[in-house]
Every structure is written in C-alpha cells, then in structure tokens.
Design a protein around this ligand. Structure first.
Ligand SMILES: NC(=O)c1ccc[n+]([C@@H]2O[C@H](COP(=O)([O-])OP(=O)(O)OC[C@H]3O[C@@H](n4cnc5c(N)ncnc54)[C@H](OP(=O)(O)O)[C@@H]3O)[C@@H](O)[C@H]2O)c1
Length: 344
C-alpha cells in the first residue's frame, strides 16, 4: 500500500517538481498540499501557476490547498516533503516534527545542525541514523532529514568518488540556472544578457555542507571532513541545470584517467529514484552542457567532463538538474531511503 504523503510549499518551483515526481510514484500517494495563507482554501489549480514541463496531474489539481500548520494537515499522513522558504521552514518544520510527522526537507534551515542528517543517499546514507540522536535530543515523535543545497548536490558526488585519493583542497565556481532562485527570485531585466557574480549565502552553503556530507558518523557524533573548500557562485540565464567548474588537490597522485574511472564506477543505489550510473563522464571536451545534459537519468544523474591536469590539481566540470536532483528529486530519494530504512 502506498505511503500517504503531503507537500509543504506545494505551489512553488520545487513544490511543483515534487508533485510531478510524486504523482506517478508507486510508493507514495499525495494526500495533502500546503502553501501560504494566500493560497489556503483554493484548489491547487487555482493556487499554483503551473509551470512544470508536463500537465498538472488532474487528481492533484482539484485538491484543496491548506495553510502550512500541523492542525490543518490530516494526522494519517506518513511523511511530508517540504519546499518552504527557509525563513518559514525554520518555524514550522520543527512544529510538524513535534506533532509526529517525518519531514524530508529542501529548505536550508537546520541543515548544519549536529543532529539533523544532511543526506545524499548515494554518498552518505549512513548519516540517516543520526535520527536516533535527534529523537533522543529533541523528543520528537516525528523526524527531520534535509537534502543539501542544489549547487552542493551537483559537485559532492564527484568528490565522494575521489575520497580514496585524500581530498585536501577544493575550488568550485558555479554557473547557476534562474530556477534555483524560485519563481520570484530573479527578474528578466536582471538576468537577460547578463551574469550575476553573487548569490546571497550560497558560497557558504557549498563550503560547509560539502564538509558535513563527506564527514564520518560514528553512531553518536558526526565529524566533518577536513578538506578546504572555496566556492564562487554565479547566476546565469539558463532555466534549469547548474554547471560547475571544479579544481581538486589530493594527498595522493590523481591522474585524469584514474579520476574518470573512479567517477564512472562510483556506485549508485537500488532506490527507485537513484540513477544508474550515478555519474556520467563525458569524453567530449565541450560537455556537459545544461540544455543537453540536465535530464540524464531522468534529471537525477550527475554529469562530469573536461577532466584535465592543472597547477591546482585535477580540473573538471560537473552538472546536475537543480530542481530535480538538486531539490525535489533529492527529497523524494531521501523519502525512499527513510522508507527502506524503516523510519516511517
Ligand atoms: N529552486 C531550487 O532549485 C531549489 C533548490 C534547492 C533548494 N531550494 C529550497 O527550496 C525551498 C523552496 O524554493 P522554491 O524555489 O520552490 O520557492 P518558491 O517558488 O518561492 O515557492 C515557495 C513556496 O512556499 C510557500 N510559502 C511562501 N511563504 C509562505 C508562508 N509564510 N507560509 C507557508 N507557505 C509559504 C509558497 O506558497 P504561495 O504560493 O502561497 O506563496 C510556495 O508554495 C527554499 O527553501 C529554497 O531555498 C530550492
């Protein structure tokens, strides 16, 4: 029987992707939709300006959107996928956990808390067991798991493939699509014919979240990876797909052939939304490109290319679909992991 799930922030850019992914999902059944008070009481069709590249699911379109409040959501919901602005999530997500709901969240609030697992299942599924610590410390009947920022998810799997060489220093420069800012994030007058070399708070997220994701969990505490990470973030006028340029210095010698092999062979998982392979490595020097490669693995794969030696270590490019692998798909995958590990 399918698990009954709800979507918090269902009308937004990530919320719509969540609905697109959850509606046909055999393990989940959409049973609740929430948004701001301005949307509450409307049908989903009325409340959401649907912009995703497939028709609005007819059963979801006629559901009534409620306010984002634990008292408004049916108690027989097993899991909530959250795509709320982080300022909103910071207040209401803990209230949902306290009320007994398991929340798989995209929002940045709490991602760096010691007892909140920040998870990319193919990279650090074992960190999910931090939920035992979380329940002890917070006394929640529910639980909270986070997926990382969209630009963090894009490069961390490629680093995970290289950990055996001893990661020392990582430089990453991003070229991020406009959908990453949400529907109201960047105006056309700002971004057409332009690039914006600043995304507030983003560099810090890449630098800190990557160290947490590649850290070690000993069953009680999580220690963060000691590598140095420097990030520079840029917004460019693509719709979907974050492209990133990466330089990695390692303790042990790392040839381009060895790096390509490690990325190609990096294992995926047997979860429904995990792509196989996880990382596509292109030989062509001009790939990956956002428009051509963002839908690899149904938008859940990481694409890499341009591997070469440089004075700053191994250099390469990587790409992921920011609202699928970087957001909605990441939350759904964490939901599948929660289900597999018996946390629901
Ligand atoms: N876009 C991406 O690629 C991406 C990637 C990773 C993570 N994220 C994170 O995911 C979250 C959502 O991003 P988004 O791009 O989907 O944003 P968005 O398009 O602006 O959507 C925000 C959603 O939250 C609802 N909301 C706004 N204020 C609210 C309030 N006070 N109470 C309850 N609901 C409220 C909105 O409902 P109304 O329609 O009623 O206003 C809408 O459903 C953010 O935390 C973002 O940082 C986004």
């Amino acid at each position: 029987m399918a698990v009954r799930v709800g979507v918090l922030g269902a009308t937004g850019a990530v919320g719509q992707r969540l609905i697109q992914l959850l509606d046909p999902h055999p393990e989940f059944e959409i049973a609740a939709l929430t948004a701001s008070d301005a949307s509450a009481g409307k049908t989903y069709r009325q409340a959401a300006k649907w912009r995703v590249d497939s028709p609005i699911p007819t059963d979801v379109a006629e559901m009534t959107v409620t306010a984002t409040d634990p008292d408004e959501v049916p108690s027989d919901i097993d899991m909530l996928f959250s795509s709320l602005p982080s300022s909103v999530g910071a207040d209401v997500e803990p209230a949902f956990c306290d009320a007994g709901y398991v929340v798989s969240s995209n929002s940045s609030n709490g991602r760096m808390d010691d007892d909140i697992p920040l998870v990319i299942p193919e990279v650090n599924a074992d960190h999910l067991d931090l939920l035992e610590v979380q329940r002890d410390e917070r006394g929640w009947d529910g639980a909270m798991v986070k997926n990382p920022n969209c630009s963090t998810i894009t490069f961390v799997p490629t680093l995970a493939a290289l950990t055996d060489f001893g990661l020392e220093k990582v430089h990453v420069s991003t070229l991020q699509a406009v959908s990453g800012a949400g529907y109201d994030g960047v105006t056309s007058m700002e971004i057409i014919d332009n690039a914006i070399p600043y995304i507030g708070g983003e560099e810090d997220k890449l630098e800190t979240e990557s160290r947490k994701l590649l850290g070690e969990f000993d069953g009680a505490e999580l220690s963060h990876n000691g590598m140095d990470v420097a990030a520079s973030c840029n917004r460019i006028p693509t719709i979907d797909g974050h492209l990133e340029n990466v330089w990695v210095e390692t303790e042990e010698e790392l040839t381009t052939d060895a790096a390509a092999e490690a990325m190609r062979e990096y294992p995926s998982l047997d979860l429904r939304s995990s792509p196989d392979p996880l990382i596509h490595v292109f030989e062509e020097p001009d790939r990956p490109q956002p428009r051509m490669d963002r839908t690899l693995g149904d938008g859940m794969a990481i694409a890499a290319g341009g591997l070469q030696a440089s004075p700053f270590g191994l250099q390469y490019n990587c790409l992921a679909h920011n609202t699928i692998r970087g957001a909605a798909g990441a939350s759904v995958l964490n939901g599948e992991l929660l289900l597999e590990k018996g946390y629901l």
